[in-house]
Design a protein. Structure first.
Length: 169
């Protein structure tokens, strides 16, 4: 479902935002990210609803409800991701100044946090609605479909705790 891809994009976008803002705050040179990561959200991979629906063996009523849920959720997430992107760009512009307005930065950060919370609420509502539309067996097939198509390799490098000397500890 496009919803899952968008949720994953939110996480990736959040991580990229933290890295970009961290580099700017430290005054390190910044090279633009690859196309799709900074200027606009990346295009989600193609999604075959019909194949998923066939696998779920939906009734016509379930099919209509699921299509409506997917469309509504996708639109809400698209709007929130656009808002989040705009907020991050505002913060980045603020951090590009040597002396920046601390209160303005805190307001933007609070706004970003609120938007991220709204994204989580949309995801939560979507999960509740899925369980109202699909029976348990269909829901398990739904999850299996996404597990087969969504793969995110673990981060590269040593992400464990480091001691004061900078070595893994």
């Amino acid at each position: 479902m496009v919803f899952w891809r968008l949720c994953c994009m939110v996480i990736v976008t959040s991580l990229i935002g933290v890295l970009v803002l961290g580099a700017l705050a430290q005054g390190q040179p910044f090279s633009p990210p690859p196309r799709g990561m900074g200027g606009q959200p990346p295009t989600p991979p193609s999604f075959d609803r019909e194949a998923l629906f066939a696998r779920l063996n939906l009734t016509s009523q379930q099919r209509t409800q699921l299509i409506n849920l997917m469309n509504e959720t996708e639109e809400k997430i698209r709007q929130l991701l656009t808002k989040l992107h705009e907020q991050r760009m505002q913060l980045m512009q603020l951090y590009q100044q040597y002396q920046f307005d601390e209160k303005a930065a805190q307001r933007i950060i609070q706004s970003i946090n609120q938007t991220q919370a709204e994204l989580l609420k949309v995801h939560h509502e979507n999960q509740k609605q899925l369980r109202r539309i699909l029976d348990k067996e269909q829901f398990e097939r739904w999850n299996q479909w996404w597990k087969e198509r969504m793969f995110f390799p673990p981060p590269k490098g040593d992400w464990g705790r480091r001691g004061r000397d900078g070595k893994p500890g």
